[in-house]
Design a protein around this ligand. Sequence first.
Ligand code: ATP
Ligand code: LTN
Length: 335
Amino acid sequence: MEDKKMLFSAIQPSGILTIGNYLGALRNFKKLQDDYNGVFALADLHTLTVKQDPAILRKNIYELTALYLACGIDPEKSILFAQSHVSAHTELAWVLNTICYPGELSRMTQFKDKSLKHEDNINMGLMDYPVLMAADILLYQTELVPIGADQKQHLELARDLAIRFNNRYGETFKVPEGYMSKSAARVKSLAEPERKMSKSDANLNAFISMDDDPATVLRKFKRAVTDSDDKIIYSPEDKPGISNLLTIYCAFTGKSIEQAQEEFAGKGYGDFKVAVGEVVTSAIEPIRQEKNRLLADKTYLDQVLSNGAERAERLAYRTLNKVYKKVGLVLRKRG
Ligand code: ATP
Ligand code: LTN
């Protein structure tokens, strides 16, 4: 790989992604891959921490691979692969488990939230999730990790584990920094604009999925919850619905909130919602079509993942072997 800093990020193939995931994650990945050696994973093992239908998971893995590519991740420039294809991830997670304390994991916000949400399936994997995530990151001597605000605590743990390991066994891991894009919109639900837009929302009208066709996008925006005063003004406290639509409009057009307010001064919510629907459609429809084109060619997608895994593996085992040596394991002699 080129002499650039390493960047790692991952997305779980746990459903069809929303425009929130696109603006908060995928769109930034595409931009960052030019300045860094990008390593992008499908965090497929992480998805097993909540119940999955195997057939749907398999489909989602291909969907996400195709979506990564359709959003502009270049498999020549960056490494795109599935976490489960590189066993060094679970191997390093095991070693990191031995220096991580249960209290560090049981107090994680995501663990607490997901335990409440999935009361019938509070499993060890759900609790250990951040250690596997730390292994993902540390294997690649990563310097930068683009993440959403919800993953900040997990990144902090990855840093703590890296420092703890380095102190105990000698310099081994780079200590990664988080990257939260300032322009990354925090997209809210269209049905309850106080809450974030989430792909696992039971109400399908609450989110725009990257798989929604233009008619669906328009229909969902027309139904989006707004107040009744018909003024297009940004004020998240008093007008969360309209403010969210303004955020989305600006994120997709690159306009400032002031410019958008000016553009729609004197116009009603109806016109504005149609305009939001149009800018969103014109950005995501070509991606959707390209994704569907790629999805029809599973052989190509398998090949991309297989090449990615091979390249990822080489880097990952370099770090894992170093770790095994440092802790006193004897490396297997081959041949
Ligand atoms: P789930 O609904 O299954 O919990 P999610 O839609 O919240 O999932 P994740 O898979 O947890 O999404 O997140 C992938 C990435 O997408 C996160 O790191 C985060 O940066 C980004 N992201 C998710 N939701 C939003 C949002 N509403 N606005 C901006 N970015 C988001
Ligand atoms: N937990 C993350 C996905 C994820 C990740 C990672 C992100 C798994 N491993 C390593 C950054 C770095 C999520 O759900 N967004």
